[in-house]
Write a protein that binds this ligand. Sequence first.
Ligand SMILES: NC(=O)c1ccc[n+]([C@@H]2O[C@H](COP(=O)([O-])OP(=O)(O)OC[C@H]3O[C@@H](n4cnc5c(N)ncnc54)[C@H](O)[C@@H]3O)[C@@H](O)[C@H]2O)c1
Length: 335
Amino acid sequence: MSSTTATTAAVTGAEGFIGSHLVEKLVADGHRVRAMVQYNSFSSFGWLETLGQDVLDNVEIVLGDVRDPGSVTGLVKGADAVYHLAALIAIPYSYQAPHSYVETNVTGTLNVLEAVRHLEIPRLVHTSTSETYGTAQTVPITEDHPINTQSPYAASKAGGDRLADSYHASFETPVVTLRPFNTFGPRQSMRAVIPTVIGQVAAGERTITLGDLRPTRDFLYVKDTAAAFATVGTAPAEQVVGRTFNAGTGGEISVGDLVTLVGKLMDADLTVREDTDRIRPAASEVMRLVADATRLREATGWAPAHSLEEGLLHTIEFFRDPANLARYKTDLYNV
Ligand SMILES: NC(=O)c1ccc[n+]([C@@H]2O[C@H](COP(=O)([O-])OP(=O)(O)OC[C@H]3O[C@@H](n4cnc5c(N)ncnc54)[C@H](O)[C@@H]3O)[C@@H](O)[C@H]2O)c1
């Protein structure tokens, strides 16, 4: 399969933050997209509702649920590639509702693998996360770093990863696992640190409420993450199938330094108020994440195209638009 022959891409989690950017990228690359939106009775299509009509003309929205095998089969039937992004992703909420994480992230992934296997879909991109590594034991983190799941979220994602590996080993299911490091950009929810800071400043706050300021992260701009997905979904099979790839920049910044940088970029004098509700149990907080994405670069040529500052400026522009800011509750801590 090559990028010119994959005409229909099925995407789970399409209405979400990364998923909606991936849909735009796939359409821009000439694919038609069948986009699963989690069933809801509000007729809400999430962020897909904000995409241009030129994009939506190439998107078929399918309401469904990855926990339901029939729903997944209907989505992927006839697709040339499946991008499986649907997941519950908030770490704090995974302390409260772990069963739903296993049902969505483990059983949901199993349903996708089964559908791809039985319908003989030629490519599945499964989404992992850098959280599966836990606090870095060696830096930068390669794909050979031990897996150390410090939250129910990370454990459920690693469970999905193990199933994906096992389907490749047992049935030669053509799965590629992409392991993005912390992704940020327009449309991200307020549970993540960058929208939390930028959203509060854009709403006029100068005292920013946050959790632990010490952890460091490797922040990847969402358009670079979307490009990594599209790349592994269309690269020649021998280069990517059966493999796991980190996607990250190789840079790292602490949450505290990030606040300083955002303050500078937004020309705002910020102070931070620590909110104990946002502090995670000590053994559950991942203190350091920084990627080695050499494997992905060598296999496909992918490299991030945006610096942290560039990505932050795009994100600031997004949150400064009142129509976008109105979609958020910047004064509410929503896990
Ligand atoms: N945001 C990051 O920094 C990051 C980093 C690494 C990996 N990831 C992974 O990327 C993927 C997308 O994350 P995101 O940041 O866009 O989050 P998101 O919450 O915006 O997107 C997740 C999507 O999954 C959908 N979903 C949840 N349960 C579902 C179900 N039962 N059936 C169908 N759809 C369901 C949600 O409606 C949502 O649109 C996830 O797999 C996540 O684990 C995210």
